[in-house]
Design a protein around this ligand. Structure first.
Ligand code: DGT
Ligand code: CA
Ligand code: CA
Ligand code: ZN
Length: 582
């Protein structure tokens, strides 16, 4: 029943947004009624049962609703509802999702109280600014505050940087249980999404008992939510849910494919199976013998089910890396072999030392880069306006650069570049004079302050840095912090056009709190033939291990090794770097 429910959810949400924006009652009711009808349907809609001509025969579903349902089932979205959602502040959706808050209240909070998101709601309650709104008594307001706190603890998506280590520790523990022959995490985590709703773990075993028992007795488990024979759900103390499924080994590939998703990708694969007279589900890819009964329950032998590879192959496709299984893509990907990988990274071009706000001495930093086999390291401490980060005055910068060059001479096996992460000021000027920057080997320019600028100002600001002849790369271009701060919203297309022309790289900052550029931006950069550097922005020794998050995002964006200077041979890298120095 999964897809009907999410479809109904879209209609419910649309009805609520219509009410928030003050649409007429007739229209609101019509949309809400369709949501109710969808919830009551006996079976999930598929491409066939969601034909417009069939849907309009259902009482209460008109032509325009039928078209939306068809659109959702075939594409996974409803453009008109998306536009509706874009018409209100994005944060209001979170406010609406709070338990106990209906659209009428949200409308009053927005129109009369100026509330646009959870943060403004909370701060306005604290400041006593909402007490004058009708029906907002002290009890109601304190209930709302409680609901905000609850949603923050339990319902929020967590960053991949938190979810992946948790999943790995669970996988490691369960791998050791008797009977377990294969184990993997699946879902959004395997696809490398920047935030994770819940962690999906899949085990192949003839006996679900030991793996299940191992999970439910995990010391990090706060509550067992569901405990069935083959499916178990627990909530960890960190507030994350873990779903475990145990399947027979011969179905592992089909289950891994299904639970890796995305949903849209699964839909596309199922359609492809149908077009080849087969049926795909979480148990396998089966020949379509015309029977409506599930093939696995009738002992039908699958065409493929043991591995993902053989299922893709039987569908006439190459194995698609999980990072590319978003939307409906099925592998019109000619460059899969050329995608960046972690081992292909040969240089770290953004790293800090104790000279600004890092914890590593210059020697420690160099040792970290050498131990990873890098041929190049750029030392990029902060510039003078980053006062909170102990940014370097011109005098300190030049003395530091001299020490970096001495260190470079001491280490013939690695090239250590004297660089800077120079602040891009609000107006797009840089924090050091050109004459100072010209004395450095490598310059990253990054926005660190004034991150609430309007898009046009932000675009002008970043364009100025991109077109600056001494700048090699733009560090974390938007300055967003995942689950923390939206950051700048510049016109990426314009930035990419300029970046391509000036051969200035845009950075993909691998820190899981940033992942900036984000995946969609990387894809745009690839379309524009822009160079994208992937760097960890290391401040501590362990930060070099954050690279994998950047790699996940890079692959989701289709970044190839030839477009990523960190993957190049040393000589090619130095050619490009030198080209910015006349
Ligand atoms: P998340 O947990 O919100 O970060 O995102 P996912 O992608 O991990 O989603 P989740 O945990 O609800 O389900 C894991 C995978 O299982 C999902 O990516 C695809 C598959 N799946 C779950 N429900 C459905 C469904 O109703 N239809 C289809 N086609 N696939 C589903
Ligand atoms: Ca999940
Ligand atoms: Ca799940
Ligand atoms: Zn930095």
């Amino acid at each position: 029943m999964g897809s009907n429910r999410s479809l109904a959810g879209r209609f419910h949400q649309a009805a609520a947004i219509l009410e928030i924006t003050g649409a007429n009652a007739f229209r609101i009711n019509a949309v809400a009624r369709v949501a109710g009808i969808l919830e009551d349907l006996p079976a999930d809609l598929d491409a066939e049962s969601a034909e417009v001509a069939r849907l309009v025969k259902i009482d209460g579903i008109g032509k325009s609703s039928a078209e939306k349902i068809h659109e959702f089932v075939t594409t996974g979205t409803i453009a008109e509802f998306d536009a509706l959602r874009d018409g209100i502040p994005a944060g209001l959706i979170d406010v609406l999702a709070l338990p106990g808050l209906g659209p009428k209240t949200v409308r009053a909070l927005w129109e009369q109280g100026g509330v646009t998101d959870l943060a403004s709601l909370e701060s306005k309650i604290d400041a006593g600014e909402l007490a004058s709104i009708p029906r907002m008594g002290p009890k109601t307001l304190s209930n709302i505050k409680e609901a905000i706190e609850f949603s923050r603890r339990s319902a929020g998506r967590i960053r991949i940087g938190k979810a992946l280590p948790l999943a790995e520790s669970i996988v490691e523990r369960l791998a050791d249980t008797p009977g377990t022959t294969r184990i993997a995490y699946a879902g959004s985590l395997r696809r490398g999404q920047e935030t994770i709703g819940d962690i999906d773990v899949l085990v192949a075993s003839g006996d679900p008992g030991p793996a299940t028992e191992s999970l439910t007795s995990h010391p990090g488990v706060e509550k067992v939510l569901l405990s069935g024979r083959t499916k178990t759900s627990v909530r960890l103390k960190e507030g994350v849910q873990v779903d475990l499924r145990v399947v027979p080994e011969e179905q592992f590939g089909a289950a891994l494919l299904y639970f890796t998703g995305s949903k849209q990708h699964n839909v596309r694969l199922r359609e492809l199976a149908i077009s080849r007279s087969m049926r795909l589900n979480e148990y396998g890819l089966f020949p379509d013998d015309g029977s409506p009964e599930p093939p696995q329950e009738r002992g039908v032998k699958p065409v493929a089910s043991r591995t993902e590879e053989e299922i893709y192959e039987a569908l006439g496709l190459r194995l698609l890396p999980p990072e590319l299984r978003e939307e409906a893509a099925t592998g019109a990907w000619t460059n899969v072999d050329e995608l960046v990988t972690a081992p292909a990274i040969r240089a770290e071009l953004h790293a800090h030392t104790t000279e600004s706000d890092g914890s590593m001495s210059l020697e420690e930093l160099i040792e970290q880069a050498r131990s990873r086999g890098f041929h190049t390291l750029a030392v990029t401490d902060h510039s003078k306006s980053s006062v909170q980060a102990n940014g370097l005055s011109v005098e300190r910068l030049l003395a530091h650069a001299a020490r970096v060059r001495e260190a470079n001479a001491r280490h013939p096996d690695i090239t250590v570049l004297a660089g800077s992460e120079v602040d891009i000021m609000a107006d797009g000027t840089l924090d050091y004079e050109d004459e100072v920057l010209a004395q450095l080997d490598w310059v990253i320019a990054s926005p660190h302050s004034s991150l609430r600028q309007d898009p046009a100002t932000a675009t002008r600001r970043l364009l100025k840095a991109i077109t600056h002849p001494l700048v090699h790369a733009i560090g974390h271009p938007t300055g967003r912090i995942i689950n923390g701060r939206e950051g700048l919203n510049p016109d990426l297309g314009e930035l990419c056009a300029a970046a391509r022309e000036h051969r200035t790289a845009l950075e993909l900052n691998a820190n899981p709190a940033r992942l900036d550029l984000r995946d969609a931006h990387v894809r745009l950069a690839m379309e524009h033939e822009v160079l994208v550097t992937v760097d960890t922005d290391a401040h501590q020794p362990g930060d070099f291990d954050l690279l994998r998050y950047g790699i996940g995002t890079a692959r989701r964006g289709g970044l190839t090794r030839s477009a990523c200077p960190n993957c190049w041979e040393a000589a090619d890298l130095m050619d490009w770097i030198g080209s910015k120095r006349g």
